[in-house]
Design a protein around this ligand. Structure first.
Ligand code: ATR
Length: 286
């Protein structure tokens, strides 16, 4: 059967559809970021922010899939649920126990990946020029955010990685679940009494403008501080770190854009330039 005018019309108007799902999600910058990447790479897509009901996450995802959505990014609180729902997951998602990027295929298959950790490492090394290789790295926190970044950080060959958590048993459990537990040292916040080259805040403390109760000796004059959280103003952790002599303190906006760029690569096979998008977001829009 030949192509009809209406087929042509459908073909021309058909945009691949994507979305970020979360609860809440309206604050998400992902639609702006993916729209900016799409303009840059000349890709036709639509990208929405969709709030899903936490008690019906799976049904919500299946509805999007049935409705022709090609892929979704998953944000809080659904990353672990997306991991359980996926038919197949990447190695990095497997370690993180969490999925932030889902690709749907025509046969109802759900593939899950996790681009958070690579997003952090790219922001640190490529955008900010902060070397992870050979560095002494302190990760504060042992929840889902810490789990998502520890393996990619190890792959950049740091000198050492310490995971310090308010509840020390969680730090121990996280390290015990790793393939190479001898390369990471768990401890409580009180046990940290030395300085690190890079201190990463992976706790939820910034969300309530709190700072983890850590010894002030974690910073030396060349230390960098990185908060996975981001806000319009410097976070409490960033201000605290600068006050204690860190040479630089950065928020997680660059990581957000880099994890999105990796998702864009997975879905569209193109790598967008992230620097213009990061600077546009910093100045209030894309
Ligand atoms: P996420 O997925 O964002 O990591 P999570 O799994 O609930 O969320 O983990 C939150 C992390 O922030 C934990 O490491 C938590 O410490 P506990 O395991 O002791 O609860 C940490 N956290 C939250 N608020 C904190 C605070 N005010 N000070 C220090 N750590 C805090």
């Amino acid at each position: 059967m030949g192509t009809t005018m209406s087929d042509l019309f459908d073909f021309k108007s058909r945009q691949r559809r994507f979305a970020v799902v979360g609860h809440p999600v309206l604050h998400s910058k992902s639609p702006q970021i993916h729209d900016a990447f799409a303009r840059q790479c000349n890709v036709s897509l639509s990208y929405d922010a969709i709030a899903l009901d936490p008690i019906a996450f799976e049904q919500g995802v299946r509805n999007l899939q049935a409705g022709g959505v090609a892929g979704i990014n998953v944000t809080l609180p659904f990353k672990e649920a997306a991991f359980r729902l996926a038919d197949e997951v990447s190695e990095r998602a497997q370690f993180a126990n969490a999925v932030n990027t889902v690709s749907f295929s025509d046969d109802d298959h759900i593939a899950g990946d996790n681009t958070d950790g690579i997003g952090l490492v790219r922001d640190l090394q490529e955008n900010l020029g902060i070397a992870c290789t050979g560095a002494r790295i302190l990760i504060i926190g042992a929840g889902g955010a810490a789990r998502g970044i520890v393996q990619p950080l190890l792959q950049s060959n740091p000198d050492c990685v310490v995971i310090a958590n308010r509840t020390v048993s969680r730090a121990r459990e996280l390290v015990a679940s790793m393939d190479s537990p001898d390369r990471v040292h768990p401890c409580g916040l009180d046990d940290v009494n030395e300085a690190f080259d890079l201190v990463i805040n992976a706790t939820a403390a910034s969300l309530s403008s709190q700072v983890p109760a850590l010894s002030e000796s974690v910073f030396h004059p060349g230390s960098h501080a990185y908060d996975l959280a981001y806000a319009d103003q410097p976070t409490a952790f960033m201000r605290w770190a600068l006050g204690l002599g860190a040479v630089r303190a950065v928020d997680g906006l660059g990581m957000l854009v880099e994890q999105a760029a990796e998702a864009f690569w997975i879905w569209h096979g193109q790598r967008p330039h992230t620097a213009p998008v990061i600077s546009a977001l910093r100045s209030g829009g894309c």
